[in-house]
Design a protein around this ligand. Structure first.
Ligand code: C5P
Length: 215
């Protein structure tokens, strides 16, 4: 089960989605964006005006959403448009939701279950190589300077101002790295790639050759 997972972790806007989608195509892997689930929970909490730091209520909401989406897993639910999940209020709320241990435990279980039915997969997130799949066959930790990441996000999404994007990226990194439960950090056996001065093709070359060398 764990042997077929490629785990890709790293801070916000480090290029995880772009490279994971390309790897999925090259190697015929199923792709899962684990951050989407934390975003869905944050989005629903905002809709229902539940304070995102109220752990019992957010955990209850999480259970309700899992229950509701039983046949179509919450992980891949198409009820939510990606654009809505990427708006500023969700960016601000998501790290608070993601620091709740009971929520993490539930999302982790969902991801593990999903992987049992998609045995060749690439999963991106913050704790995939450290907590969700500590025995993943291949692990990458993608990073880049906050300035480079903010600049990339700005060009990609043509959103807001550079200052706002940079603030969001660094605030979220700080929150994700400093939380108690499965903080963002590279797994001991992950290949760390600093993509600051690399093109997407260069990053993909390194990732692909590592995947090939691990069979
Ligand atoms: O990957 P993305 O930027 O969409 O993730 C949004 C947020 O979800 C992250 O900033 C982090 O707080 C949380 N997250 C997490 N663990 C994961 C994936 C995402 O805590 N495996």
């Amino acid at each position: 089960l764990f042997g077929t997972v490629v785990a890709v972790d790293g801070p916000a806007a480090a290029g995880k989605t772009t490279t994971c989608l390309a790897l999925a195509k090259t190697f015929g892997l199923r792709y899962l964006e684990s951050g989407r689930t934390y975003r869905i929970i944050a989005f629903e909490a905002l809709q229902r005006e539940i304070p995102v730091d109220n752990a019992p209520e957010i955990t209850g909401l999480c259970d309700e959403l899992i229950e509701e989406s039983r046949s179509t897993s919450l992980l891949t639910s198409e009820r939510y448009a990606s654009a809505a999940l990427r708006r500023t209020p969700v960016n601000v709320a998501v790290s608070a939701v993601a620091r709740i241990a009971d929520v993490r435990q539930r999302v982790t279980s969902l991801i593990r279950l999903w992987a049992t039915t998609h045995d060749h997969c690439v999963i991106e997130g913050r704790d995939i190589g450290t907590t969700v799949f500590p025995r993943a066959a291949v692990k990458f930790y993608l990073t880049a300077t906050p300035e480079v990441r903010a600049m990339r996000r700005l060009t990609q999404e043509r959103a807001e101002s550079y200052e706002n994007v940079l603030r969001d990226v660094t605030r979220r990194d700080d929150a994700d790295m400093s939380r108690k439960t499965s903080p963002l950090l590279p797994a001991a056996d992950a290949l760390t790639i600093d993509t600051s001065d690399l093109t997407v093709e260069q990053v993909l070359d390194r990732m692909s050759s590592t995947c090939r060398s691990r069979g």
